[in-house]
Design a protein around this ligand. Sequence first.
Ligand SMILES: NC(=O)N[C@@H](CC(=O)O)C(=O)O
Ligand SMILES: [Zn+2]
Ligand SMILES: [Zn+2]
Length: 457
Amino acid sequence: MSPRTTTDSVLVTGAALLGEDLRDVLVLDGVIAAIADAGTLAADPRAADVRHVDGTGLVLLPGLVDLHTHLREPGREDAETVLSGTRAAAAGGFTAVHAMANTTPVADTAGVVEQVWRLGRDAGWVDVFPVGAVSVGLEGTQLAELGAMATSAARVRVFSDDGKCVHDPVLMRRALEYVKAFDGVVAQHAQEPRLTEGAQMHEGVVSAEIGLRGWPAVAEEAIIARDVLLAEHVGSRLHVCHLSTAGSVEIIRWAKSRGLPVTAEVTPHHLFLTDEHARGYDPVFKVNPPLRTEADVEAVRAGLADGTIDIVATDHAPHSREDKDCEWDAAAFGMTGLETAVGVVQAAMVDTGRMTWADVARVMSANPARIGRVDEGPTAQGRPLAVGEPANLTLIDPAVRAVVVPREQATQSENSPYRGAELPGRVVATFLRGRATVLDARPVAPAGATAFDGADA
Ligand SMILES: NC(=O)N[C@@H](CC(=O)O)C(=O)O
Ligand SMILES: [Zn+2]
Ligand SMILES: [Zn+2]
């Protein structure tokens, strides 16, 4: 037998496939080679010289795919880098992330998206798919070079001014028309700017009581309604970022009932936290869109469970201490999320009986990969757990509960709203095309990961 490089071969035994039947899964050279009843594949001669991972008590999911991550590089390496952010992603069970465009400089040219794509490839923790800006400098006036980004080495398919709303309806219409040429999608940060000037938190009972300027639900819903109608008019794909209100769920439900190509995401924090957390004036709970009410949380949970909301995306938004450890009004919007996403989704959706682990695989792997158009080819993400597919795998221990300690996370920033809270769902192992990026719940440095091979696509 010829010697095999075993770094991308592994045998996982006795894991609950999608939380259901107990199976052995054999991965050879980065590809799923066999799936069989638990206890049968250890005897397979092909498994003799590969690493064995005991999956007893663990749930096996396809590698998670995040459609909405802020990696902060270039420009804010004091908060996160592609290296630290992708290591955090692997620790959270992800094998791919889409990197948002609100960097400095903005990812609005082929040059910047290729830079981020290369940094991701060289880091080796997860596949990094750069998101391209819709407008030059996120300024909302001039369309960025969408075509050049789409045809660059980064092959951009998702375009977003996230952090800012594409407010001008003419610009939004042009972007929707333009991306049709390469099957792209415009991901909108839905925030009517005039209705949210100076806004600090959700507009409602709590904001009135504690005296912080409110961000009304209608400021989100008005833009979503407009964009759904524009997407219908143009016949193009629209994706709604971090939807957060009951009314937004209703608009998406209506759009889908008309058969429109509209998709929507919800974050773990909007599935789990409410505006009540603002009462302590701790800016770790300051986020855009803001944490909403109990009724909104109930509506987004129901919308995710019934398929109205297509995906969970983290909106991992790391911020430096100087931007977050200050009084509420001065603090930046955003919270980290990559390393707590699985636990929060388990707590909000699985442990409450609203979703199965197979549903989690759909909303955190298959659907985001399909929306981002990264689900085809030899490096496809979000594929089913089946023989012949790339071995992107995540092993989760749903029985372990652990207290969140931001300082111990892989992300460089400490603005986790779950600090000191106990969450279920530990990520025990992550495999990127068969290579372990996390083992025994700890990141494993990719061998030669920082070496640059010079062979650009
Ligand atoms: N979500 C946030 O509160 N902040 C994001 C921007 C964004 O997602 O809109 C950031 O870049 O910090
Ligand atoms: Zn946003
Ligand atoms: Zn964002």
